[in-house]
Write a protein that binds this ligand. Structure first.
Ligand SMILES: C[S@@+](CC[C@H](N)C(=O)[O-])C[C@H]1O[C@@H](n2cnc3c(N)ncnc32)[C@H](O)[C@@H]1O
Length: 259
């Protein structure tokens, strides 16, 4: 559990209006399905790191026949909202959201078939330690299928993202795809691969900026107030610019623990 609240109600409301109810990251159910499309989850156990308000986990649990999905997050106010969605979806017997302290995962060795995470690893500083922990809790042969906001290796592209992140209230610890692959290999993973989603995300950002000029703007203002929405849209423009210029690269990451 953390004392710092980065995802208060007035922020999750904004993200839901832009990215869909229960989603604090872009792409909605389609993007989640894209990340897990090559794994058969029927009867399997899944860990979701950074469950947010529950959208991705609920989509996985309702579409794949997982036996058990455990989600973890660090901000207590998210648990209540995510759990309400699970109860409404009538899957509380298979989905459990837990608040944890950042750091070692509170699970025994070799207990999950899949570790999933959607755009949450960016907030975790010590990724070497995280990947060792993910490796530890995966069963032999188990897989990591995740999406994360990665950075560019080019300094000029990094500069735009650094500027964009300074305009947000969030803390980003961005790695490049090459750094991620090295950390995963060092943790013991095999069959490591990644899929760059920059072009898709840049296009999405372009569409979102257009939506901010239409009725969505008033919906956002009605939900949280103009004093919050206006500076946020400015920050979103900087994030979009960073995606256009290549400094922000949402990326799917795949790896397997040897069997
Ligand atoms: C961008 S949101 C994504 C939430 C969700 N995965 C989604 O796609 O809607 C990032 C999430 O990571 C969580 N988070 C931050 N640090 C974390 C940590 N050390 N362990 C687990 N979750 C963390 C945040 O509280 C937040 O819910």
């Amino acid at each position: 559990m953390t004392e710092d609240i980065h995802y208060p109600d007035n922020f999750t409301k904004r993200l839901h209006l832009v990215w869909g109810d229960g989603f604090l990251s872009p792409g909605g159910p389609e993007e989640v399905s894209e990340i897990i499309k090559n794994v058969d989850l029927g009867g399997r156990t899944v860990l979701d790191i950074g469950f947010g308000t529950g959208g991705p986990a609920i989509h996985i649990a309702t579409t794949t026949g997982v036996a058990k999905l455990v989600g973890i997050d660090v901000e207590p106010q998210l648990q209540e909202e995510a759990t309400k969605r699970v109860v409404a979806a009538r899957i509380a017997d298979r989905v459990d959201f837990q608040i944890v302290d950042p750091g070692p995962l509170p699970f025994p060795d070799k207990c999950f078939d899949l570790v999933f995470s959607k755009d949450s690893i960016i907030h975790i500083e010590d990724k070497n330690a995280l990947f060792l922990e993910i490796f530890r809790v995966l069963k032999p042969g188990g897989k990591l299928c995740a999406s994360d906001w990665l950075g560019s290796a080019k300094p000029e592209e990094q500069a735009a993202m650094k500027k964009a992140s300074e305009g947000t209230h969030l803390h980003f610890e961005m790695a490049t795809a090459e750094e991620m692959e090295t950390m995963l290999r060092d943790a013991g993973f095999i069959e490591i691969s990644s899929r760059d989603r920059n072009a898709w995300f840049a296009d999405l950002c372009r569409k979102e900026l257009e939506l901010f000029k239409g009725p969505l703007y008033q919906e956002l203002v009605d939900a949280v107030g103009k004093n919050i929405v206006d500076p946020w849209i400015k920050a979103r423009k900087a994030i979009a610019y960073s995606a256009f210029s290549g400094g922000l690269r949402p990326t799917h990451i795949f790896a397997r623990r040897p069997g």
